[in-house]
Design a protein around this ligand. Structure first.
Ligand code: PMP
Length: 318
């Protein structure tokens, strides 16, 4: 049986305004979103803080979700405020959740790529990936504390005029999935993709930063990447702390000259890269800047830094 064989007891999923049991949150195999990859989503983290559970940068994630909908042509049946309120309700109803996935999809069975039934369903799941999915599944996901990365030269990120990189739509993940799967079989943990112009872009689900020998951070500009919330947070934290940052096109070869390289994303926060194409990055271990930013980011997202408290939405008691 696939991973859904053991539904986590007590978990509910919000679907169009109603909390339903985890196992009932299904769509038909012939649904448009399943068959055409038209589902959009966003994924955010929930943290235990001194003031109870809080969602990290919820408003920004909801805004990005609305942008994905607009880019795909979905008319969402709820406003940003209503989606935010539903996220809070779902987190409250699911104690111990460490993540929220909000999705919007076309559940109807369609014969054409353009749906005849344009009604969009919104689903919100608040859960703990470790306890609810990983612990319950027979097939364990690959996890690495530090990353051995392959620079992907054959598969480029799709051109912006094919699918906008700002759209978190299921279909946008097929090409990186194929490349990353091959890299995994070749012994790597992760890949980095190049954009249509030949510049360094991002990972399949992460953004990338290089740290220069002078400690300056450099990350690709927003044109051909997803505008990661963690990326934006690291840039804001670095500026707040007086660290030099730049957003500029990066030649892929710069990876081999960098003192440190790290990836950023909701799941992992700051994730150090220790080798690229088998060549060690810097010392070949977690660098001091990556380590410092990782700890700083963890403190901020778990409500231990008053300067960035506005990034947290406290959900209150159930
Ligand atoms: N790039 C892509 C393509 C992604 O899917 C993600 C994950 N949402 C990221 C970057 C990192 O974004 P975030 O920091 O908002 O998780």
């Amino acid at each position: 049986m696939p991973n859904e064989s053991a539904p986590p007891p007590g978990r509910t999923i919000w679907i169009n305004g109603e909390l339903v049991p985890w196992a009932s949150a299904t769509v038909h195999v012939l649904s448009h979103s399943h068959q055409r990859g038209s589902l959009i989503f966003d994924y955010m983290s929930v943290h235990e803080t001194p003031r109870g559970p809080a969602v990290f940068r919820m408003v920004d994630h909801v805004q990005r979700f609305l942008r994905s909908a607009e880019l795909i042509g979905f008319e969402l049946p709820r406003t940003a405020d209503a989606i935010g309120a539903a996220i809070v309700e779902t987190v409250r109803a699911n104690p111990g959740a460490s993540a929220v996935k909000v999705s919007a999809y076309l559940p109807s069975i369609e014969i054409d790529v353009v749906p005849a039934d344009e009604r969009v369903t919104i689903a919100i799941a608040a859960y703990d990936p470790l306890a609810d999915i990983i612990a319950k599944s027979a097939a364990k996901p690959h996890f690495a504390r530090v990353l051995r990365v392959r620079l992907e030269r054959d598969t480029r990120k799709m051109r912006r005029d094919i699918i906008p990189p700002q759209a978190k739509v299921a279909a946008n993940y097929t090409s990186p999935m194929i490349a990353k799967w091959k890299a995994r079989r070749a012994g790597y943990d992760e890949i980095l993709l190049i954009d249509a112009d030949g510049h360094l872009a991002e990972g399949p689900t992460t953004n990338v930063f290089l740290v220069g020998k002078d400690g300056r951070l450099c990350t690709p500009p927003t044109g051909s990447i997803l505008e990661g919330i963690t990326r934006a947070s690291i840039l804001a934290i670095a500026k707040h702390d007086g660290r030099a940052v730049s957003e500029a096109p990066i030649a892929p070869e710069a990876l081999f000259e960098a003192a440190e390289v790290f990836l950023t994303g909701t799941t992992a926060g700051v994730w150090p890269v220790t080798s690229v194409d088998g060549r060690p990055v810097g010392s070949g271990d977690i660098g001091p800047v990556s380590q410092a930013l990782r700890e700083r980011f963890e403190a901020i997202s778990s409500g231990r830094d008053a300067d960035f408290d506005h990034w947290l939405t406290y959900v209150g008691a159930a």
